[in-house]
Design a protein around this ligand. Sequence first.
Ligand SMILES: NC(=O)C1=CN([C@@H]2O[C@H](COP(=O)(O)OP(=O)(O)OC[C@H]3O[C@@H](n4cnc5c(N)ncnc54)[C@H](OP(=O)(O)O)[C@@H]3O)[C@@H](O)[C@H]2O)[C@@H](O)CC1
Ligand SMILES: Nc1ncnc2c1ncn2[C@@H]1O[C@H](COP(=O)(O)OP(=O)(O)O)[C@@H](O)[C@H]1O
Ligand SMILES: [K+]
Length: 497
Amino acid sequence: MRHAHTVGQVRAAEAELMARLPGGTLMQRAAAGLAATCARLLGRVYGSRVLVLAGSGDNGGDALYAAARLAGRGAAVSAILLAPEKAHAGGLAALRAAGGRLTSDLSAFERADLVLDGIVGIGARGGLRPEAQRFARAERRGVVVAVDVPSGVDPDSGEVAGVALRADVTVCFGTYKPGLLIDPGASYAGALQLVDIGLEPPRPAVTVLQHPDLAALLPVPSAESDKYRRGVVGVAAGSARYPGAALLAVAGALRGGAGAVRYVGTAAEEVVRRFPETLVTEGSPAGAGRVQAWVVGPGSGDGAARALQEALAGQVPVLVDADGLTELARLGPTALAGRTAPTVLTPHTGEAARLLAGLGAGDGTGEPAGTGAGQRDGGGSREPAEARLATARRLAEAYGATVLLKGSTTVIATPGGDVRVNPTGTSWLATAGSGDVLSGLAGSLLAAGLGPLDAASAAAYLHGLAGREAARGGAPVTALDVAAALPAAWRTVRSVH
Ligand SMILES: NC(=O)C1=CN([C@@H]2O[C@H](COP(=O)(O)OP(=O)(O)OC[C@H]3O[C@@H](n4cnc5c(N)ncnc54)[C@H](OP(=O)(O)O)[C@@H]3O)[C@@H](O)[C@H]2O)[C@@H](O)CC1
Ligand SMILES: Nc1ncnc2c1ncn2[C@@H]1O[C@H](COP(=O)(O)OP(=O)(O)O)[C@@H](O)[C@H]1O
Ligand SMILES: [K+]
């Protein structure tokens, strides 16, 4: 599991640690880890060409000290200082003493085997300044290593105001920063490398699962298992107008680890024709047999209100998606107030805006958190990453539900304040119906016994991997292709054990 902390949390932990250590210790630890990664990337340090871009803060200091270490091992190091009069004095002296030289020649950037981006780190305010922007636009042939954060990426939110330096590797000190895990920042960070500098930060602002976490979470049948003990997931989806959503949600649910899928709704005939293993009932959740979790809403149309009401009245976890969310937004958070079992909401941006608007019925403000509010349809439009984190948190708290906010970076937030960011996925997933597959999958994991945070984040993770698998080589995928690739996603994460 990767943990990320905000700049405020890092600063507090740093101050606490620095008070116990001789001055400069942390910077030397950071520089040593940074230089070691650079040496690995270069393969042969001796004779290589290294360029340092050094800003005026400690981020530049880290870069200069690391470059001095590389110069000491025979690299030809030059440094461009973005604010020469304010450059880190100690780092600059160390680089000079090791044989490094200063330059203002931009072609050194283009020629270098390795560029160290030490322009700005967690001290960044606003977008990159003009003198730094030209490096974001320049051609380069070497590897770019970002020091702590790619310059131009907001460390807390992942926002890029204007341009940022695209890194191949980001070497991060003490803990990951949320902005490295959330798009667009995540797509500028390249591979992430953590250097332990002894920091002991508090509860992380954001966590990210990795393959071994998934392998440990996913439900696997044992010798004692039968289909009921593995969990039955109920899917209330589809309508005469949208029968396809029922098929897609069931397709996801069949590959989510539950022992059986029980479909209820008007598309029963189509569902059983396509997926004969499904138990089907016409009607609504109250009349269906027992399940361990409900998925309500994909393509439900006018049937959403009744299905939602009946599912919420039960004692099992309920995942609400699509038309179910529109209905929930109409009812407001009070509709969930009496629930004893967990509720999971899976909005895209437009549905999240509706849920925020629905808070008028619940918390009396109706004040939307973020610029996504007001979009009534579609999840595709871009919304600032910071607003997405805030939206997910706000909805989770206000509705008392786990919220999975879909988008290019999917964010999962709980009412207790935990936030996970999904690291998998591909923009090929922006295809009609792929969200229906996701809700079926997440519901299946809920029925199999995972808690709401784990079920939602494991579903997003597998869905993202399946999307990548289906789109391998760069090809359009359909939602059913994504569902069909889910077993491959399971095998990928389980193969790490
Ligand atoms: N935390 C830790 O435990 C450890 C942290 N360490 C390291 O310290 C780094 C933080 O250093 P920091 O605090 O000196 O800030 P930093 O990122 O260098 O930037 C400040 C300077 O940049 C400038 N500047 C601001 N915005 C800008 C922009 N948009 N575009 C361009 N320039 C901009 C601003 O200039 P000014 O406004 O003063 O003109 C200011 O002088 C951290 O990321 C890590 O690398 C390690 O050494 C080990 C332990
Ligand atoms: N640009 C993108 N990059 C990566 N994933 C995306 C992108 N756009 C959408 N997705 C993913 O595709 C899925 C779309 O879901 P949704 O908007 O509910 O579609 P539908 O309603 O058609 O099923 C979500 O899992 C979402 O995270
Ligand atoms: K940087």
